[in-house]
Write a protein that binds this ligand. Structure first.
Ligand code: GDP
Length: 363
């Protein structure tokens, strides 16, 4: 009856959190992404990971599998985790979807051998300004002198295997980093000792080369988001969508790569995008994603979708997208949406995008 229907809906009601990776150059942002994406693939068990357009999607099943040694009883309530593929991409970290952040949660990567660096502090300030939750990945623990590799192990297990000297050096460097964050006015603590989540930010030690701490990072990202962001992650049937890139693709003309933060997009939807020459009203011709990981060798082809449900990164093909502006929102014209109103809202983003362009020009 009705009640069970309601329950069904409730179970399905969370969307995947959207995560981005930030930090100083060379701290291992790219490598970390490769590592969380690659492990299972190299071992021939892609586990449903899909490489999207501009992002990688990790289904909850995959995360559960990779974190079962750490916490076999973990209850994952979100369908998965969407990690944006452009680490450190300046314009990306500036992007916001209408009225909120594009990313629900961020990983701020710090090199354990270097501590906080200028761009770490820049990223930190940006995250604070945007009120974005974040987790610190204290990366490159394998570079501690004498580190014994413990491939893809939970960090406490890996630390327990290290010699006394390694543990001493680890603790010394961790304390230094905590002090440096304190100097920036931020309380941090290694995540399994952090009892004041929310006031104190968590540090997860990792190695992007040998995978220690990666289960911890994945699990923490998911558990933390689903615990503290229920409202934000609740699926709503209203499209919230941001243009990441505008690209010409042979055979498709000018396309837009978008992050669908919430809602459902359909083939044939009438959309309004913000254009440099004024609002663009057009119809979605196709919704494209890449093929699943193992089929990546099939080059240049895309998978077509009738509809796509948030959160996902997709490519939209449609006519008249030549002047679409990256960083702005996309709106769908529904039966009860006034077209003129939609045009106006679409163009409202122009101002904020322009001011961001100005600011990045200064820096
Ligand atoms: P990005 O600029 O932050 O994206 O940094 P990269 O991912 O390109 O990494 C910079 C360099 O550090 C590369 O040579 C990586 O192989 C190396 N690197 C990244 N993560 C680790 C790690 O966990 N351990 C070690 N030993 N090297 C790492």
């Amino acid at each position: 009856g009705n009640d069970s229907e309601v329950n069904e809906v409730a179970k399905e009601s969370l969307r995947s959190p959207i995560c981005c990776i930030m930090g100083h150059v060379d701290t291992g942002k790219t490598k970390l992404l490769d590592c969380i994406r690659g492990t299972n693939v190299q071992e021939g068990e892609a586990g449903g990971i899909t490489q999207q357009i501009g992002a990688t999607y990790f289904p909850a099943e995959n995360i559960r599998e990779r974190t079962k040694e750490l916490r076999p009883d973990a209850k994952l309530k979100v369908p998965g985790l969407l990690v944006i593929d452009t680490p450190g991409h300046e314009s990306f970290s500036n992007l916001r979807s209408r009225g909120s952040n594009l990313c629900d949660i961020a990983i701020l990567v710090v090199d354990i051998m270097h501590g906080l660096e200028p761009q770490t502090i820049e990223s930190l300030n940006l995250l604070r300004k945007r009120n974005t939750e974040f987790i610190v990945a204290l990366n490159k623990v394998d570079r501690l002198y004498g580190w014994k590799t413990c491939k893809n192990a939970p960090i406490e297990k890996a630390l327990a295997l290290q010699s006394k000297d390694v543990v001493i050096e680890f603790n010394m460097r961790l304390t230094q980093v905590i002090t440096q964050f304190k100097e920036q006015g931020l309380n941090t603590e290694i995540y399994y000792k952090n009892k004041e989540m929310g006031d104190t930010f968590s540090i997860v030690p990792t190695s992007a080369i040998s995978g220690e701490g990666i289960p911890d990072l994945l699990l923490y990202l998911v558990m933390w988001s689903q615990k503290t962001m229920v409202e934000k992650l609740t699926f709503v049937d209203k499209v919230q969508c941001t243009v990441l890139e505008v690209k010409v693709i042979p055979g498709h003309g000018t396309t837009i790569d978008v992050v669908l933060v919430n809602g459902v997009l359909h083939e044939g939807d009438q959309i309004v995008a913000c254009g440099s020459q004024g609002p663009i009203i057009t119809t979605v011709r196709s919704l494209l994603t890449r093929h699943p990981m193992k089929e990546l060798r099939v080059k240049g082809t895309y998978q077509h979708h009738r509809e796509v449900k948030a959160a996902q990164c997709i490519k939209i093909t449609a006519q008249g997208l030549e002047h679409a502006v990256a960083g702005t929102s996309l709106h769908v014209i529904g039966p009860d949406v006034d077209v003129d109103e939609a045009k106006k809202t679409a163009m409202e983003d122009m101002k904020s995008v322009m001011s961001l362009v100005d600011k990045s020009g200064e820096g």
